[in-house]
Design a binder for this molecule. Structure first.
Ligand code: FES
Length: 97
């Protein structure tokens, strides 16, 4: 009997266990790699629900220690500002006119 792997690991982006295991088998064996290829962890919760599960899957499939897999590069959210706002010495609050 085939193991059912078509359930969502990342519910926000609807990425299944099968998809995650497939990209790991293709050689994408870091959390950032899996995220970039599948979009798992890039949904509404920004990976709070799924990142540790994905890291555990990578660890189990590759034999890497979980601590190593969990070392990811976090990027702070940024938003664009109009140059005019910078001229006026303010941020987005100065663009309201
Ligand atoms: S469950 Fe994966 S980003 Fe929310």
């Amino acid at each position: 009997m085939a193991e059912d792997k078509d359930f969502f690991i990342c519910r926000c982006e609807e990425v299944t266990l099968r998809e995650i295991e497939q990209v790991i088998d293709e050689g994408y064996d870091t959390l950032d790699d899996v995220k970039r290829i599948t979009r798992a962890g890039m949904g509404l919760c920004q990976g709070r629900s799924c990142s540790k599960v994905i890291a555990r899957i990578i660890s189990q499939k590759t034999g890497k220690p979980i601590e190593e897999v969990l070392q990811v590069s976090y990027r702070f959210p940024v938003r664009t500002e109009k140059m005019k706002a910078l001229e006026q010495g303010g941020g987005s609050d100065a663009t309201d006119n």
